[in-house]
Every structure is written in C-alpha cells, then in structure tokens.
Design a protein around this ligand. Structure first.
Ligand code: SAM
Length: 194
C-alpha cells in the first residue's frame, strides 16, 4: 500500500498520518470490529488499513467522485471490494439514511470535513453499538483548537466547531474519551452506556 501513500502525497490527497494510523490499526487488531463506518474515504488508504487489520465489513463515505472511483479501484486491486460498501455522497445525507435504517457499527472512523464533526455527532452516537468506538482524526488541527492565540479568519468557524465537538464529547457521560496530542490530534471515545 506504499504506492497509494505515494499517490496521495503526489496528488495532494490528505491521508491519515503514521502514528495516528498505528493507533487506529491497534484498535482494529484488539477490538476486531465486525462493522466499521468511515467518514472520508479519500482514495481508500485508511480503509485498506482497517480492512487488513480486522475482519470487518467497511461502510465508507466519500463526496468527491474522482476520489471515490480511485478508492474503488484500490479496494479491488487489494481484493477487499467484497467487504466494502463504498458510498459516494455527502456524509450528512448518508448518516441520516443509516440512522433511519437502524444500522449499527462497532467502530466509526471520523475523518471527513473538520467543521462538520459537531453536526455529525448525534448521528454517530446513534449509529454506535454499546461499547463501540468513535475514533476522530484531526481534532486539534495543528494546535489551533487548544491555542489561546487569535485564529486565522479563514479557519475560524472550523476551529470553533471543533472546540464545540470536543467539549460535547468530553462532557457526554455516555462516552469515555481520551484526546491524544499526537500529530494533528485524535480522540478515541468508547460508548460505555446506551
Ligand atoms: C482527510 S481525507 C480522508 C482521508 C482518508 N480517511 C485516509 O486516511 O486515507 C477527508 C475526505 O473527506 C472528503 N469529504 C469532504 N467533505 C465531505 C462530505 N461532506 N461528505 C463526504 N466526504 C467528504 C474529502 O473529499 C476527503 O477525501
């Protein structure tokens, strides 16, 4: 899968960073989730890593048509396509549909648009099984989320929304959450009550 990483770097496709990936892979190995939901497929790099570290069925959502097509061919190339439900659509539309259909997941990897995590939160909670895990990437956004310094105007609403997301996650007594100040920051939350 080195070639997919190289393609991503060359074509400016954002993908999961190495230490964050290590943590995600460890969760897949130790919890062996049967159903995984990923928001933000890009070209399938993290999805392939999830699939190779557990026996799950992966439902993965990507809005961008070209990236979704590239992801499909990568899942085919590595012979994982029969375990993948790739949905090319806006994540919020899909989350609404999944909740309506009463779908449930053991692990959710949240790696879509950073300003939307707060909007997705209530749906994600409904979609998790008891003891399910929500793994959210980029929650510290290059230190800006916890910084007391003035936020660049262009990133203001994204940072404010991410702060709201982390606050609600930390204060939710049904979740046990740890935030890791590693790379761009990631959080791991276990839904202990339901
Ligand atoms: C950080 S990348 C995902 C990287 C991927 N998880 C990996 O590590 O290989 C985020 C992806 O979310 C997609 N995205 C952005 N807005 C979206 C939306 N509203 N619905 C679904 N996908 C979206 C982007 O096109 C982008 O490919």
């Amino acid at each position: 899968m080195k070639e997919i990483k190289e393609y991503a770097l060359l074509n400016h496709v954002p993908i999961i960073r190495d230490q964050t990936l290590d943590a995600l892979e460890k969760i897949c190995k130790t919890h062996n989730p049967k159903s995984v939901l990923e928001i933000g497929t890009a070209i399938g790099y993290s999805g392939l890593k999830i699939l190779s570290n557990c026996d799950c069925i992966l439902t993965t959502i990507e809005k961008d048509l070209i990236r979704a097509e590239k992801a499909k061919s990568n899942f085919e190339k590595y012979n994982f396509i029969n375990r993948v439900n790739l949905i090319q659509d806006d994540a919020l539309n899909v989350l609404i549909r999944l909740v309506k259909n009463k779908e449930k997941f053991d692990l959710i990897f949240l790696d879509g648009p950073k300003g939307q995590y707060i909007k997705y939160y209530p749906y994600l909670k409904k979609l998790l099984n008891k003891n399910g895990i929500l793994f959210a990437d980029n929650v510290l956004l290059m230190g800006l989320v916890q910084s007391g310094e003035e936020i660049p105007h262009k990133k203001r609403s994204m940072i404010i929304n991410m702060r709201k997301f982390l606050k609600i996650l930390k204060e939710d007594i049904e979740f046990q959450t740890i935030i890791y100040d590693v790379e761009d920051g990631y959080s791991i939350s276990k839904l202990t009550k339901k």
